[in-house]
Design a protein around this ligand. Structure first.
Ligand SMILES: C[S@@+](CC[C@H](N)C(=O)[O-])C[C@H]1O[C@@H](n2cnc3c(N)ncnc32)[C@H](O)[C@@H]1O
Length: 249
């Protein structure tokens, strides 16, 4: 089944679930199916579903992260080099598209863990990425790291992809360490993952990163999107420059 959904149903009981448990029903010509909002593979397979459904939940993150990065680049000045960005957790390319529109990009390379993301990016935004890797950077081979290094990235962007069983701290730090010092880094993360109450390891790793290997330029809490119940889900946007190699526990 690959057609556009004709109807989206949000059962009442779905309005009281945690963000990573939310699901909807999709009714197409082929019948009805249940899809978790975090089942990105299924969302990407159906043209338009990811973009339109997340838009209906007022998802702001690709815009907020890219605009904050752009504002800081303009404020601080940049060394004149064109941007060579790694879009980590690139999905179907919304962030890559925004980067190429807003910044003087020489290259944007996408990386995601699922084939459906690359296929959707090639289908929906074929002009955006110079290349698109499907891999998990949690445990990369030397070859994979060397292959990525040849792009000489000076910018790392990760939007709506950290935590919730998506990009792990190891994968994020391995991507971070592909960058030279002074590189730009822009990402967002759910507020809870940075709080003292966090038990996923993100808070600890991120605090170490922010303390030791990162020059923080801007950090702001904002509404990432609405839940199915219409409540705001808050994330932090974080933009800064790398100033040292990072490590994970
Ligand atoms: C909410 S989507 C965000 C996609 C895109 N950044 C955007 O803002 O539209 C999260 C993406 O992270 C990807 N992802 C999950 N785990 C990953 C990993 N270990 N490495 C790379 N990508 C991963 C998912 O496949 C999914 O495409």
């Amino acid at each position: 089944m690959n057609g556009c959904p004709v109807e989206i149903v949000i059962p009442e009981k779905c309005r009281h679930l945690d963000q990573n448990e939310e699901w909807i029903k999709i009714v197409t010509d082929d019948g009805e199916e249940t899809v978790r909002l975090h089942d990105y593979g299924r969302f990407y397979q159906i043209p338009g579903l990811y973009d339109n459904f997340y838009k209906s939940l007022n998802c702001q993150s690709p815009r907020v992260v890219c605009e904050t990065l752009k504002a800081q680049m303009e404020k601080l000045g940049w060394n004149g080099e064109a941007v060579r960005a790694l879009d980590l957790g690139a999905g179907n390319g919304q962030v890559g598209e925004m980067l190429t529109r807003q910044l003087d990009c020489e290259t944007v390379v996408g990386l995601d863990i699922i084939d459906e993301a690359r296929e959707a990016a090639e289908r929906d935004r074929p002009e955006v990425y110079a290349d698109y890797y499907v891999m998990d950077l949690a445990d990369p081979t030397e070859d994979a790291l060397q292959n990525l290094s040849r792009w000489k990235f000076n910018t790392l962007v990760t939007v709506a992809a950290l935590g919730f069983g998506d990009i792990s701290t190891r994968a994020f730090i391995n991507a971070y360490n592909l960058l030279p010092d002074d590189a730009w880094v822009a990402f967002n993360i759910k507020d809870r993952f940075l709080s003292d109450a966090d038990d996923t390891g993100f808070s600890e790793t991120m605090n170490e990163l922010l303390d030791d290997s990162f020059e923080l330029l801007e950090s702001r809490r904002y509404c990432h999107r609405l839940s199915l119940a219409g409540n705001p889900l808050h994330y932090y946007v974080i933009v800064g420059r790398k100033n040292g190699a990072a490590s994970y526990n």
